[in-house]
Design a protein around this ligand. Structure first.
Ligand code: AMP
Length: 339
């Protein structure tokens, strides 16, 4: 039997790499962090990487491939990899890749993603194809907007047109119904080895400036020169959900996995996240899916209240990935989890 100790877990030093690398070490793997020059410090200081490879730009990642192959590396993707390298290059990446690459294009296209979620029976915000139809509060999102910068709220067509003016020429946006409620990001993990879905935890994002607008009274907001909400993520806050929501939350995740198998060969597995707003009517509206590890799992390096229920040891999502790889190696089923 091949020992998992012969393998190395590699990832890009950003996003959730600390958690991924620590989890891999806890499971007995060797680890490599690939860092942009000047960004190595956290990976050294927290001692999560057996080796640090420094690159000048993310496109140099392609040149590191022969070395990673020699090291028997398995690559763990996260949002930074996809953002910096681009979908096309990720698809061409030669290193054994944890997860299904084919699913990436489904989650990166808002329209396809929406179809997927609806087919899975989930509630999604209404989309307004034509600004003339705006009859309620909407959030206007620009594709590729860095962390929600530039998004705006509008409530009528006139309001929309006014606020669109600075975005002249920026055609790639979506007008989505604004759901009033609280954001809840649900972290799942699906294992194709035992065909089981786990709920790993929950978070909400800490977004600047929208999460601090409540600290400025409405009177002062009007008096200030210009306070438009923005949704730039600066951190994540852990949450425990009301327990009676859990059966529904499991069902939603299971349906998403089931539906993904009709879309692409082998569908979705590994970590993923449903990004939702929970309303006072106790509805869970899903505005996005991330088909990979999300940074919202970072508060749980030492496990979440939910993984504490299921595992005897601290189980982060990063460690859960490493354990999955370890089990796949042991069962000679690596092919089942690489994509
Ligand atoms: P996104 O770029 O789609 O992840 O959205 C950024 C942030 O905007 C989210 O974290 C939410 O706080 C907020 N948001 C996005 N879509 C909606 C929506 N349909 N209704 C209410 N808030 C939303």
């Amino acid at each position: 039997m091949v020992s998992h100790k012969k393998f190395t877990i590699a990832t890009v030093g950003s996003h959730s790499a600390l958690q991924i690398l620590k989890g891999a070490k806890d499971e007995g793997f060797k680890t490599i962090a690939i860092c942009l020059k000047g960004r190595e410090k956290p990976y050294k200081s927290y001692n999560v990487a057996d080796e640090i490879i420094t690159i000048d730009s993310y496109k140099d990642l392609m040149d590191v491939q022969p070395y990673l192959l020699k090291k028997n590396a398995i690559f763990i993707p996260h949002a930074s990899l996809i953002e910096y390298l681009g979908l096309e290059k990720v698809e061409k990446f030669q290193i054994p890749y944890y997860g299904n690459k084919k699913i990436l294009k489904y989650e990166s296209d808002r329209r396809i993603e929406r179809k997927w979620l609806r087919k899975a029976g989930l509630k999604v915000p209404k989309i307004f194809e034509n600004p003339k139809d705006i009859d309620r509060p909407v959030i206007v999102k620009f594709h590729g907007a860095k962390g929600g910068k530039g998004y705006f709220l509008a409530k009528t067509e006139r309001d929309f047109k006014q606020k669109m003016k600075p975005h002249h020429g920026d055609g790639d946006y979506v007008i989505q119904e604004y759901i009033v409620g609280v954001p809840m990001f649900i972290h799942y993990f699906h294992s194709p080895l035992n065909n089981e879905l786990e709920v790993m935890g929950f978070d909400k994002r800490y977004e600047s400036n929208v999460d601090s607008l409540g600290r400025i009274s409405a009177r002062d907001q009007i008096a200030l020169p210009k306070v438009d909400p923005s949704y730039v993520i600066v951190g994540n806050v852990p949450i425990v959900v009301r327990e009676s929501f859990l059966p529904k939350i499991f069902e939603m995740g299971e349906n998403v996995v089931k539906e993904s198998r009709g879309m692409t060969t082998r569908g979705l597995w590994g970590p993923f996240c449903l990004e939702t707003i929970m309303t006072p009517e106790q509805e869970i509206i899903v505005f996005e899916i991330s088909a990979r590890i999300v940074a919202g799992t970072n508060p749980y390096v030492d496990g979440s209240p939910y993984t504490a229920l299921r595992y005897k040891e601290p189980m982060s999502t990063g460690r859960r990935i490493a354990r999955e790889i370890k089990q796949a190696i042991k069962k000679n089923q690596l092919k089942k989890i690489l994509g």
